[in-house]
Design a protein around this ligand. Structure first.
Ligand SMILES: [Fe+2]
Ligand SMILES: [Fe+2]
Length: 188
């Protein structure tokens, strides 16, 4: 005789969420994460000019200046996403970005102006920021696709590519000469 199929009595009695409720929970999470990255980008708009000013090499200063313009566009792109969702753009404090920016600022305090050593520290700090953004946009773009929001997914994907390019540019700057030139610097 065949065994009777096991019924999941436990999950049934706990009134498992319906598909619709599941979606709305995911949508809520999605919105919450959008608010996090919106706050993060706006925070970065304030921080990048300080990093630009602190940079020793012209190339790194220009990279920060360019990324400021890109970041401002990314803020506007997120506002477009909120609009498509029928939501007012609203930020939610992102503790991670606040911490990452603080770290980058402490590099400025802990290094001497006009040195490549400072630039090495700024690049590492900036790459930590880019990696946080890459993780955020990668996840958000994927969720947007899962939820069938193609246009929003594409917008988030565009930003994701920009963050990856910035990360790559910073690696190139470090490899080309900044790291090497920092090896020549000694404490007086
Ligand atoms: Fe960004
Ligand atoms: Fe970025």
């Amino acid at each position: 005789m065949q065994k009777t199929k096991r019924t999941s009595a436990a999950s049934k009695s706990q009134a498992a969420p319906t598909k619709e409720q599941n979606d709305s929970m995911l949508q809520e999470l999605f919105l919450d994460e959008l608010r996090d990255i919106y706050w993060a980008e706006k925070h970065l708009v304030k921080a990048l000019p300080k990093m630009q000013k602190a940079a020793t090499s012209e190339e790194l200063a220009t990279a920060f200046e360019d990324h400021l313009a890109v970041t401002q566009e990314q803020v506007a792109r997120l506002e477009q996403v909120f609009e498509l969702l029928g939501e007012k753009p609203r930020g939610k404090k992102c503790e991670a970005m606040e911490g990452l920016v603080k770290e980058a600022q402490s590099v400025i305090e802990d290094t001497e102006a006009g040195t490549s050593t400072r630039d090495v520290g700024l690049i590492i700090g900036a790459q930590k920021i880019e990696h946080y953004e890459i993780a955020s946009y990668g996840g958000l773009a994927q969720v947007a696709k899962t939820l069938g929001m193609e246009e929003i997914g594409n917008l988030l994907g565009e930003t994701l590519e920009e963050e990856k390019e910035t990360d790559q540019l910073l690696t190139t700057l470090a490899e080309n000469n900044i790291n090497e030139s920092a090896t020549q610097e000694v404490e007086e």
